[in-house]
Design a protein around this ligand. Sequence first.
Ligand code: RP5
Length: 188
Amino acid sequence: MTVLPRLAPLDASPADQTPRVAVVMGSDSDLPTMQPAVEMLQRFGVACEVRVLSAHRTPREMVAFAEAAAGRGFKVIIAGAGGAAHLPGMVASLTTLPVIGVPVQTRALSGVDSLHSIVQMPAGIPVATVAIGNGANAGLLAAQILATADAALSRRLEAYRCELHDQVVAKDGRLLELGSAAYLAQMS
Ligand code: RP5
């Protein structure tokens, strides 16, 4: 199992508390998938607003949110949905902010339905789609987009990559030291 490294606590200035990322989802049943996106953003000191906005159950609220998002200061929107999963594409159609789609795993089709719905946007209205259930990568990608105009955030992301690197190097060293059978035994 890959354990993502913990970063040192960050000194967030008051300005950092203005949400720059919106994390929206079609149902509160999507929250377990989306919470890792929120936690990843928190890890890097990026404030976010988390909302349930359904493209088919609360379409007017979804439209109002997406149309106002840029004016409210958001820079990136992460949108998760399952099944027919039209929320990310609908939100993307209403704003020129970058939208990152998270396909939520479903019972009936294991999330392949969500993936196809989100990733197969026709030309003109893109949705940057992460893997099924990978809210953490959506949070990281949002942070990376913000980091193109935020040097301090960029340095935090570089430090995170260094920690990932060092973690794998340490595992490789331990594998060499123990041998594969003993390594496997200590994993369980
Ligand atoms: C979609 O329908 C949501 O994104 C969710 O993944 C799925 C099921 O919603 P619930 O019936 O659990 O509210 O709109």
